[in-house]
Write a protein that binds this ligand. Structure first.
Ligand code: SF4
Ligand code: SF4
Ligand code: FES
Length: 267
């Protein structure tokens, strides 16, 4: 391997720079690693190779880089990191595409960093608990208790199924929150992911029984009115979830709910 490759085609070496952090409270730092190029590598396979041989370009033995992953097929959301400044999944990001963008060389390494909107546990592994807590806040479930036979569920129209199928594809990856200017590390705003899931459960015939409770969360500080409508979220969602439409629909549902509360005095 060489520390000075400029063209991947000539040297068949890829340079990767990783932002590391040893503990949740310690200072971050960067380390560079080099790997032999192979076609069709994804970023996770590079991280695996670095874990197998954690030696920097300065030939220093270091601790293996820590990251999170599970499904390896862009379904679980766990491997989300910021690669070359764009939030995305390490399992579905191909190194060939990053090289085609001009990175992977000694002067322009592929830069892999943890998301900034969640606490770092270690290196690239962040704590995404906040998203799951927000789903609890909006009662992100269909309330069907018991193991007894409930009979057939309510009939859903094909249009509703289609709309909810799109929303159901959310994998709680956090991309939409990382890209959102309104979603802050310590802020109240729940972000596009929770708003999308609010619509998902409100539009379910049985899930709608908790619609008012969900809309009460959405009408408070941190709810849908905190969205600044920049639409960064929809641009980075790997599942192409129609987040702008979801935000607009929940905004309308909140308005109707607030007007009803005003006239009836009931929630
Ligand atoms: S539209 Fe903009 S402000 Fe609203 S959730 Fe999406 S990224 Fe955030
Ligand atoms: S809405 Fe899209 S970007 Fe946001 S958490 Fe779900 S899958 Fe990820
Ligand atoms: S490992 Fe599950 S989305 Fe990448």
């Amino acid at each position: 391997m060489t520390a000075n490759n400029e063209t991947n085609a000539d040297t068949k070496i890829i340079r990767i720079r990783i932002k590391r952090q040893d503990t949740p409270d310690s200072q971050s730092y960067h380390q560079d690693f080099e790997l032999d190029y192979k076609p069709n590598l994804n970023v996770i396979s590079c991280l695996q190779a670095i874990a197998a041989r954690p030696v920097t370009v300065e030939n220093e033995d270091v601790t293996p880089v820590v990251w999170d992953c599970n499904c390896l097929e862009e379904v679980c959301g766990a491997c989300t990191v910021v690669i070359n400044g764009r939030v995305r999944q390490s399992c579905s990001t191909l190194v060939d595409a990053l090289i085609a963008e001009g990175t992977g060389t000694a002067s322009e390494p592929i830069l892999i960093e943890p998301m900034t909107k969640f606490p770092v546990v270690r290196d690239l592994f962040v704590d995404r608990t906040r998203m799951f807590e927000n789903l609890k806040k909006i009662s992100g479930w269909v309330p069907v208790d018991g193991s007894h036979d409930l009979g057939p569920g309510p009939v859903e129209s094909p249009e509703s199924q289609e709309e909810r199928y799109n929303l159901s594809r959310c994998m709680t990856c956090g991309c939409c929150l990382e890209a959102c200017p309104q979603f802050q590390f310590d802020g109240d705003f729940v972000g596009a992911q929770t708003i999308g899931q609010t619509l998902y459960f409100n539009e379910h015939k049985t899930g709608a029984v908790l619609k008012n409770e969900r809309l009460e969360v959405m009408e408070q500080v941190g709810g849908v009115s905190d969205c600044g409508n920049s639409q960064n979220c929809v641009k980075v969602c790997p599942k192409e979830i129609p987040l702008s439409e979801a935000i607009a629909k929940i905004g309308r549902q909140v308005t109707v709910h607030t007007v009803k509360q005003f006239f009836t005095g009931k929630s």
